[in-house]
Design a protein around this ligand. Structure first.
Ligand SMILES: [Zn+2]
Ligand SMILES: [Zn+2]
Length: 352
């Protein structure tokens, strides 16, 4: 094995390209993996463009992004066990320190030692080098063995589907109730599929291609907000009660407001979009008078094993969402197709 590898190296905002760099060495509790597939995340175009530098993403240049990946274990670091070379694994972005109060509660995406690599924290593709490369080094805490029939392309959806699963867990599901999702992107689509697998009726709010895709993936009722007022439509469908649970993945002021207005009294609203600012209007009077439970949901703690099993059992269909695949060398085209949703692009995968 050569000690150099191809990687997409970012050298500044909007400056990136393929370079030959050193293959990293696994440390304690880490494995070296051959990356087989990486899915472009909704956050990647902004990361490559340098839009999140105020959050410390990336903390330095040169940097390697990419956090929705799958691959094969090649080599174990010292004092590392539980995996062996050849194991097929899927990655997740967050790796908690394991010792802080939040990690000890299992909430490692809220690790109190965020960014402290010396204490074992990692946030791959954001605060630590990620997977747009032939190889990457990852803590064993952040990888999960793939069940037999799951493909590498499917397994790149582990992180995204985990975000959806955590949001659905936070929202709860009422069997034979109504579960609304605002925002039919990959996370919204998968949240809809996971909720549906638990026996509720699903309503997807969106428009055009992505709404159609939600229909193909099993959404029971499609609401096109360009044609009808979604709140009125949801109240009509639910005999004036409102939905039992609503998930907001669209990330817009309208969708946030409408999400709160769409849920029934004492119902649950889960908010998980990345909002550009912290100053959006939330209808607080409705929340109090109608006794709503509005919760934030961050990332995907303890979800990977379950989502990989959901994929294997075909309870969720991720293949429908994978619209394009490219070689790593074509990263610019891949990002362009993804960000401009060219040719109906939903999930775009690159192969190192
Ligand atoms: Zn992601
Ligand atoms: Zn921690």
């Amino acid at each position: 094995m050569s000690d150099k590898m191809r990687a997409v190296v970012s050298t500044g905002p909007d400056e990136y390209g393929i370079q030959m760099i050193d293959v990293p060495k696994p440390g304690i509790g880490e494995v070296l993996c051959r990356v087989k597939a990486v899915s472009i995340c909704g956050s990647d175009p902004g990361l490559f463009a340098g839009h999140y530098q105020s959050k410390g993403w990336p903390p330095h240049y040169p940097f390697v992004f990419g956090h929705e990946w799958s691959g094969e274990v090649v080599e174990l670091g010292p004092e590392t066990s539980g995996f062996k070379p050849g194991d097929r694994v899927a990655g997740e972005a967050h790796c908690g320190c394991g010792i802080c109060d939040n990690c000890r509660r299992g909430q490692y995406t809220l690790c109190l030692n965020y960014g402290k690599a010396e204490l074992g924290h990692r946030h791959y593709g954001f605060a630590n080098n990620g997977a747009y490369a032939e190889y990457g080094v990852f803590k064993v805490k952040s990888i999960t063995k793939m069940p037999g029939e799951v493909t590498f392309d499917e397994a790149t959806m582990c992180d995204t589907a985990g975000v959806a699963l955590h949001a659905v867990d936070n929202a709860g599901v009422t069997p034979a109730g109504y579960f609304v999702v605002y925002g039919p992107g990959p996370i919204g689509n998968l949240a809809m599929q996971i909720a549906k697998s638990r026996g509720t009726r699903t309503i997807m709010v969106g428009r055009r291609d992505r709404l159609r895709m939600a229909g193909k993936c099993g959404a029971d009722i499609l609401v096109d907000y360009e044609k009808v007022d979604p709140v009125e439509e949801i109240l009509r469908i639910t005999d004036g009660l409102g939905a039992d649970e609503v998930i907001e993945c669209a990330g817009t002021q309208d969708a946030l407001y409408q999400s709160v207005k769409s849920v029934r009294r004492d119902g649950n609203v889960v908010v998980l979009a990345l909002y550009p600012k912290d100053d959006l209007v939330v209808p607080l009077d409705s929340i109090v008078i109608r006794q709503l439970h509005v919760l934030g949901s961050r990332a995907n703690p303890n979800c990977s094993k379950r989502v990989l099993e959901l994929i294997q059992q075909k309870r969720i269909n991720v293949n429908e969402l994978i619209t394009h695949t490219y070689d790593l060398a074509d990263i610019k085209t891949a990002l362009d197709v993804f960000s401009h949703r060219k040719d109906g692009a939903m999930k775009v995968i690159v192969h190192p």
